[in-house]
Design a protein around this ligand. Structure first.
Ligand SMILES: Cc1cc2nc3c(=O)[nH]c(=O)nc-3n(C[C@H](O)[C@H](O)[C@H](O)COP(=O)(O)O)c2cc1C
Length: 332
């Protein structure tokens, strides 16, 4: 189908790769880390509740560096006036405002937010219109294949969102009832591509250059959105974007490089949140950075309970030394 191209959107998605929004993960620090490697990829914030923003609460989620552009701010909610207010407020930071229509979490869908909107396309369309009223930036939507396997309404839903004014779609190729189970079905996305004329990014299970190529081949999408793949490897987005641009496959970071990235990630979280909170917050990231090293589970077990920054540095150093001489057994 002929693309109804908004040149502004085309510029934002030029790299053909975006960082997918992940609550509690794609914070200011992770966005900065991804940007360190990829100058052009489209970044996305964690979702920001419109109810929360309407209470004028200051949040570090909005924190922005000049080099974070191009960046999408994602909002969730189901009340048009609050979504309009949020898009107005976030326009000072964002290059595009995205609406979360894919979150599967019980608490979220019970409140009619996230993927519940796929069961209520009229309200979803009203939200797109309200968000557009609040901003002159492009407005995008992120949704799934449908609410259940028996109700995969993603093609019609995408058309309805386009009709309401959405200018870009990210689609996670699973249903709400799948949550994160099974495998994302990229081939389904092709049906959406053939029936809308705004750009579409494929999402779900893209964890390497090879899976990005396969996702594009199967979906015919305009690009890919990568979420969990950046855990433990903030270079992935750059490597995929670089491949799309040049055809060259850059190697993934080795263990020693990953340890450096892990330390930088931790140090920056400490700067953002303070040492005590950051050390606890960071526990979810260790397993990804140290995956593949010898005795990873033992080391993970130690790191995720450690509260002392200097001890953490000692462990990191220990892993570094042990992995220089791979014959030795770690923490035995
Ligand atoms: C911990 C976590 C938090 C997430 N938070 C959001 C969110 O705030 N907004 C959203 O649209 N999707 C969210 N997602 C979904 C991801 O954006 C993405 O659609 C999904 O993880 C599949 O892509 P992936 O396989 O590349 O991770 C989240 C996923 C995870 C694992």
């Amino acid at each position: 189908m002929q693309q109804r191209s908004n040149p502004q959107v085309q510029k934002l998605i030029k790299s053909k790769v975006s960082l997918a929004p992940m609550a509690g993960i794609t914070d200011y620090v992770l966005r900065s880390l991804v940007r360190k490697y990829s100058k052009e990829a489209l970044l996305t914030t964690e979702m920001i509740s419109s109810e929360f923003l309407a209470q004028n609460v200051q949040t570090e989620i909005t924190k922005l560096d000049e080099n974070h552009h191009p960046i999408v701010y994602q909002i969730c909610g189901h009340k048009p006036h609050l979504m309009k207010y949020s898009s107005e407020y976030l326009s000072q930071f964002a290059d595009m405002i995205d609406i979360n229509m894919g979150c599967p979490v019980n608490k979220v869908v019970k409140g009619q937010d996230g993927c519940a909107l796929m069961k209520n396309p009229q309200l979803a369309a009203d939200l797109v219109k309200a968000v557009k009223e609040g901003t002159d930036k492009p407005v995008s939507v992120k949704f799934r294949l449908g609410y259940t396997q028996d109700d995969m309404n993603f093609v019609e839903f995408g058309q309805q969102m386009q009709e309401a004014g959405a200018e870009f779609i990210t689609i996670h190729a699973r249903t709400r009832s799948q949550f994160y189970a099974g495998k994302a079905d990229w081939s389904k996305i092709k049906q959406l591509k053939e029936n809308v004329d705004i750009p579409v990014f494929a999402n779900g299970d893209i964890t390497s250059i090879e899976t990005a190529i396969e996702a594009i081949e199967q979906s015919k999408a305009d690009g890919v959105a990568i979420g969990r793949g950046v855990l433990g490897d903030p270079t992935l987005i750059h490597r995929v974007a670089h491949y799309f641009k040049t055809g060259e496959k850059l190697p993934p970071p080795n263990i020693l490089q990953k340890l450096d990235m892990m330390k930088l990630h931790l140090d920056e979280e400490i700067k953002l949140r303070g040492e005590k909170i950051a050390i606890k917050f960071f526990r979810k990231f260790y397993p990804y950075y140290i995956a593949g090293i010898r005795n990873a589970s033992k080391i993970r077990g130690v790191l995720v309970v450690e509260e002392d920054y200097n001890k953490i540095l000692e462990y990191i150093d220990y892993i570094r030394q042990e992995n220089k001489e791979t014959d030795k057994i770690l923490l035995s």
